[in-house]
Design a protein around this ligand. Structure first.
Ligand SMILES: Cc1ncc(COP(=O)(O)O)c(C=O)c1O
Length: 383
């Protein structure tokens, strides 16, 4: 804790995400729900999972929601259900969390990376054409940081080339583009309910939404040993079901998600005001036509990588939970290192990774906490 010079009071740290603050709002509902599950013993699938799936499908404006054990599993299962497998190539943005590409690899296919747009850091559709081959089967855009990727251009390329579109919607539950909600642009969309997400569980959880009946049915079987009816296994499946206890948490939080997303937007607008005067800080902007849900509030530190590192460590030293999303584009990670893709292959994503910084943002963040973040950032920028 840091001593506030003016008041002499101790200033509490500001975390990147405050999971306790979110829990405090749903505490009694979660405990009641846990009691419901404990009293019935329905720990796997069962009524809580079914109810959550119906409620999340309604929120998403889709026919189906299939709850699974993580966002990564959701992506892998969606790709497999769409027929993606060995020999296929899937277009993936190079600046995303590694799970996007890992899910493609786990499905047996090959992720093919493309660079991002310098303004919004979303996948740049103009880079896709050059990466298409006879093996390209699908595009997997990521709705990064809380806003929808440029779906008009992606859908056009996909329909011209007869490619499938899957969405990675781990970070943008409830976001919209041109009024259309994320997760409804492609054949299927995967989302993550990792605790820090806009809709977060108390452990790992995820889901797929789709309007395709056949895909939904395949997914229901695939998550449950290839079975929709006990001991009938028409396909080889997995054990990656959504836990009933996680469904309880998600049901309680889902009723607040729209309001929490509003609060995130308001907090982002407040940062825009507070940081407006800092010449060497520039927020990653919202793409026109997008309703952003600010899973993350990402800024650029314009004075270079060393300066960013210095600012980050000063923020940490002063109790501000800033983060990096992400420190390296995927071709510069060990898992996807490739001599054909040396540094310089994706200049926009590489430059972004060297200067981005995520500031604390969560629905319950107070004006005082945001003012403190802005103040510490201003101090950290002083040479
Ligand atoms: C963009 C993106 N895709 C996929 C995932 C994977 O989700 P999970 O951690 O639930 O497996 C995450 C989050 O962790 C993510 O941020």
């Amino acid at each position: 804790m840091k001593r506030d010079d003016d008041s002499g009071a101790l200033e509490a740290p500001v975390p990147l995400v405050d999971l306790q603050a979110a829990h405090a709002e749903v505490d009694s509902e979660v405990r009641e729900g846990f009691d419901r599950v404990l009293s019935t013993g329905a720990f796997v699938l069962g009524p809580e999972v079914t109810a959550f799936e119906q409620e999340y499908a309604a929120f998403s404006g889709t026919q189906h929601c299939i709850g699974v054990s993580s966002g990564t599993d959701a992506l892998e299962l969606a790709l497999r259900a769409g027929g993606i497998g060995p020999g296929d190539e899937v277009i993936v943005p190079v600046n995303t969390f590694i799970a996007t590409a890992a899910a493609v690899s786990r499905a047996g296919a090959t992720p093919v990376f493309v660079d991002c747009d310098p303004e919004h850091l979303l996948i740049d559709p103009t880079c896709i054409e050059a990466k298409l081959t006879a093996r390209t089967r699908a595009v997997l855009p990521v709705h990064l940081y809380g806003q929808v990727a440029p779906m008009d251009a992606i859908s056009e390329i996909a329909s011209d080339r007869e490619l499938l579109v899957f969405e990675d919607n781990a970070q943008s539950q409830g976001a919209r583009q041109g009024g259309q909600i994320s997760g409804t642009f492609g054949l299927a969309a995967a989302t993550s309910f990792y605790p820090g997400k806009n809709l977060g569980a108390y452990g790992d959880a995820g889901a797929i939404v789709t309007n395709d009946d056949a895909i939904a049915s395949t997914l229901r079987a695939a998550r449950n040993y290839g079975s929709e009816i006990k001991y009938e296994h028409p396909i080889v499946g997995f054990n990656c079901r959504l836990d009933s206890l996680q469904a309880v948490v998600l049901r309680a939080k889902l009723t607040r998600l729209a309001q929490w997303n509003e609060l995130r937007r308001a907090a982002a607008a407040r940062y825009d005001e507070l940081l407006g005067e800092l010449d060497s800080i520039r927020a990653v902007s919202c793409r026109p036509g997008n309703d952003h849900v600010y899973h993350l509030f990402v800024v650029r530190v314009l004075d270079g990588e060393e300066r960013r590192a210095e600012v980050l460590s000063k923020l940490h030293a002063n109790g501000i939970g800033a983060g990096l999303h992400y420190p390296a584009p995927l071709h510069l990670t060990g898992a996807y290192a490739d001599p054909q893709l040396p540094r310089g292959s994706f200049p926009v994503a590489e430059a972004a990774a060297d200067c981005i910084l995520s500031l604390p943002l969560f629905p319950q963040i107070s004006v005082q906490q945001q003012e403190r973040v802005a103040r510490e950032l201003r101090m950290a920028l002083l040479k």
